[in-house]
Ligand binder design. Structure first.
Ligand SMILES: [Zn+2]
Length: 68
């Protein structure tokens, strides 16, 4: 008897749950929706790409460069 080993290893560690993705917004001023890409989650407004680690998006706000 042999059972096939079910392993979802490396299926899509960079893929984010679509339900979660729809809730995510970029921390930039536009708070744009993020788009799933091969490299991670991309903002269509500021072109930032946020990495995804084991299905968890790593979204860190960026310090405002121009503070007057
Ligand atoms: Zn953005």
């Amino acid at each position: 008897m042999s059972q096939p080993a079910e392993q979802n290893s490396g299926a899509d560690s960079r893929a984010v749950d679509p339900n979660l993705l729809s809730l995510l917004r970029c921390p930039c001023q536009e708070h744009s929706k993020l788009q799933q890409t091969a490299a991670g989650l991309a903002c269509q407004h500021c072109d930032r790409v946020f990495p995804v680690v084991d299905g968890i998006p790593v979204i860190l706000p960026e310090p405002e460069p121009n503070v007057e």
